[in-house]
Design a protein around this ligand. Structure first.
Ligand SMILES: C[S@@+](CC[C@H](N)C(=O)[O-])C[C@H]1O[C@@H](n2cnc3c(N)ncnc32)[C@H](O)[C@@H]1O
Length: 338
């Protein structure tokens, strides 16, 4: 598997890397394995489940929102792969400050379009001012070092909570930085909440984000067995918290598309993704539409909300033969099939 452009920039600087190393927000490649083969003692935290699956069965790789068995100030060097969300970048930089030894080295690498250029304005004051170390492959690599101790990092501090009015009452929502529509309800999601079908049995919320759809279903149809999947660790953690804030239950787990989902459902609902990182990308949703059919019981219900300008009609037709547009605004459309 080819290294991503930011990883290639790291590869150019291998001789400057320290041995006791942590990578935060590892990309969709096998840099971790490559570094190990070069003799580095390296741990990795993945926030994207698909990226995590590229490096199977390696206990030094974690999928989650933080490391599970590590002490603060444990690593000599940390590499942060800069994300597209500024709020999530702050989370990563604070996590880096927490895990980094006093005087430890921080590298931050990112695509020019990711916002990494503004790093010097965003870097928390645990760190010295950053300096540019390399520039290649349309990416920038910055270096700094830790100047202040930072041994507090509480997940609690990172959840934003908000009340959302739904047609079925108010829900408390918890969302972590970087999760879709952080701190505000998406209008497409709202349209879905206003048009939920009558549900029973085993129900899947695909691409659950902070779990507002799953939670609204659990409230309105308390006898449903809800399952909520997402590829993103911050989304899954937010969804678990949203369910618990509203005294609702559901099985929340990582899945890339429907690959990690087993068995048949009475219903699948979704506000599916239309981005892959920085780019517009409909492939995940097109595959989800095609795969939905095999995960549904006979006469199972299927409902998604999408942007009106995105072209899904043909693929929905291919998967379901019969579907209706249940609701529509200038911006969003709900497709339903039963
Ligand atoms: C448009 S957001 C909707 C979130 C939430 N349902 C809502 O309405 O607020 C789509 C979600 O799909 C997730 N996602 C993206 N790619 C995915 C994939 N390959 N498999 C599963 N989930 C994915 C994203 O992390 C994101 O949380």
């Amino acid at each position: 598997m080819q290294l991503t452009a930011p990883s290639q920039v790291i590869e150019r600087q291998l001789s400057k890397l320290t041995n006791n190393l942590l990578i935060l927000n590892h990309e969709n490649d096998t840099l971790h394995t490559q570094l190990k083969q070069n003799g580095f003692d390296v741990c990795t935290l993945h926030f994207d489940f698909q990226h995590h699956l590229n490096i199977p069965n390696d206990p030094t790789c974690t999928f989650g929102v933080q490391l599970t068995h590590h002490e603060p100030e444990q690593f000599d060097q940390i590499i942060v792969f800069y994300p597209k969300s500024k709020a999530f970048a702050q989370y990563l930089l604070h996590l880096a400050a927490f895990y980094l030894n006093p005087n430890g080295i921080l590298w931050v690498v990112g695509d020019n379009r990711s916002g990494v250029k503004q790093l010097s304005k965003q870097i928390p004051d645990f760190f010295e001012p950053c300096r540019k170390l390399d520039q290649a492959r349309h990416c920038l690599l910055f270096e700094t070092s830790k100047q202040k101790s930072c041994i507090r990092f509480e997940m609690e501090d990172w959840f934003a909570e908000m009340m959302v009015q739904t047609p079925h009452g108010a829900l408390s929502i918890a969302s972590l930085p970087g999760v879709f529509s952080h701190k505000k309800l998406d209008q497409g999601t709202l349209l879905m909440l206003e048009n939920l079908p009558k549900l029973k049995g085993r129900v899947l919320d695909f691409g659950c984000g902070y779990g507002v759809i799953a939670c609204a279903i659990a409230k309105q149809f308390p006898h449903c067995d809800i399952e909520a999947v997402d590829i993103n660790a911050m989304a899954l953690e937010s969804c678990r918290r949203t369910l618990s804030l509203n005294q609702c239950h559901g099985k929340v787990y990582p899945s890339n598309g429907l690959h990690q989902v087993d068995g048949l459902f009475d219903a699948i609902v979704s506000n599916p993704p239309f981005h892959d990182g920085i780019q517009h990308d409909l492939r995940v949703t097109k595959q989800f539409i095609l795969d939905s059919r095999r995960c549904l019981k006979k006469n199972g219900q299927w409902q998604i909300v999408v942007n009106t300008h995105l072209k899904y009609t043909d693929i929905i037709q291919q998967a379901f033969k019969q579907s209706t547009i249940k609701a529509q605004t200038t911006q969003f459309k709900i497709f339903h099939s039963a």
